[in-house]
Ligand binder design. Sequence first.
Ligand SMILES: NC(=O)c1ccc[n+]([C@@H]2O[C@H](COP(=O)([O-])OP(=O)(O)OC[C@H]3O[C@@H](n4cnc5c(N)ncnc54)[C@H](O)[C@@H]3O)[C@@H](O)[C@H]2O)c1
Ligand SMILES: CC(C)=CCC[C@@H](C)[C@H]1CC[C@H]2C3=C(CC[C@]12C)[C@@]1(C)CC[C@H](O)[C@@H](C(=O)O)[C@@H]1CC3
Length: 345
Amino acid sequence: MATRVRPGSKRCAVIGGSGFLGRHLVEKLQDRGYSVSVFDLHQSYQLQGVTFHTGDLCDRQALLSALQGVSLVFHCASPAPASDDRALFERVNIRGTQTVIAACIEAGVQKLILTSSASVVFEGTDIKNGREDLPYARKPIDYYTATKIQQEKLVLEACDEQNGFLTAAIRPHGIFGPRDPQLVPILVDTARRGKMKFIIGDGKNLVDFTFVENVVHGHILAAECLRPDSPTCGKPYHITNDEPVRFWDFMSDVLVGLGYSAPRYHLPYTLVYGLALLLWLLTLVLRPVMSFKPTFTPMRVALAGTHHYYSCERAKEDLGYKPVVSLKDGIQRTVLSYPHLRHGA
Ligand SMILES: NC(=O)c1ccc[n+]([C@@H]2O[C@H](COP(=O)([O-])OP(=O)(O)OC[C@H]3O[C@@H](n4cnc5c(N)ncnc54)[C@H](O)[C@@H]3O)[C@@H](O)[C@H]2O)c1
Ligand SMILES: CC(C)=CCC[C@@H](C)[C@H]1CC[C@H]2C3=C(CC[C@]12C)[C@@]1(C)CC[C@H](O)[C@@H](C(=O)O)[C@@H]1CC3
């Protein structure tokens, strides 16, 4: 067991700090006077004052050397949801998270904040203003979600006030913003292939999309409020923009902002979901001979055609959380950050 790091020390590590959310978190932590190191599979940028450690979080020794002298760890690494690789998700999100917890304890880290996901309670059916006490999904919609559930349970159960190891989880939903490799690029790719003409369902379903800086703000507040005897110990927190929006209005605002047409024609939800399910089964059967990735997976269809928005009352009460960037400003800043994805670029 390493010597415990001085309480109140501002030395922190971001596991997954080369990724979309991780890099925004690193930048904000540095602005706020933290001394930051990054642990990731690769180094995707350089930032003066930030130390990079490259390695796999499943490698305890590599983690241990990166965590020396660190008092606060943010764990926001995960394989991409689209990889749909069960073995990889289990190795990284479950066994890797056990390794992260063990290495944090051994290195004398005092606080661990996990980036979980609001999807841990989503089963493909409507959630309206869901609170954190909703049960975990019994039938998670994919391997990503199934392993995010296990990961969150591991981190929250590891909270040990007596031994001074405190944990909490942030559950963001639909993160978007500059440098996002997922939502906007997939949307534009789908539009460029002429497949964003259709609205799945009646188009009235409300969802949360959360600007990345609000997610970062929630993480830092959780870390700073996490103290022995605080209500934050061992708890999950929804962090959203607190402005549920119609899924298809959000998609249209981004598409139109980038010069593409908004989807107009309606298709019945059950028909599209059934087709996506059939296609997914076909990819499973054909996997040994050929591999292809359908755009409309059952998971994406469920996300596009149902209500899924969450209450962040608990974060407001316990952490004093309030979004720092509105949805309108977030969309505008996002659209401006993707000149290369504009129509005709
Ligand atoms: N993007 C979203 O909409 C969203 C919403 C809710 C929750 N989350 C969660 O937020 C976190 C960050 O997501 P993101 O969108 O920034 O993803 P991202 O893919 O941009 O970043 C993930 C980072 O983790 C790293 N990583 C993956 N496996 C690793 C390993 N074995 N060892 C070390 N590093 C590893 C990757 O290299 C990458 O830099 C994830 O935990 C994700 O589940 C994302
Ligand atoms: C219909 C269609 C092809 C739209 C394109 C956009 C989608 C790629 C996009 C819309 C909602 C997004 C989303 C995620 C991935 C990208 C989308 C499906 C997540 C599943 C990514 C992982 C997170 O943990 C989930 C979360 O809980 O926030 C995301 C939910 C929204």
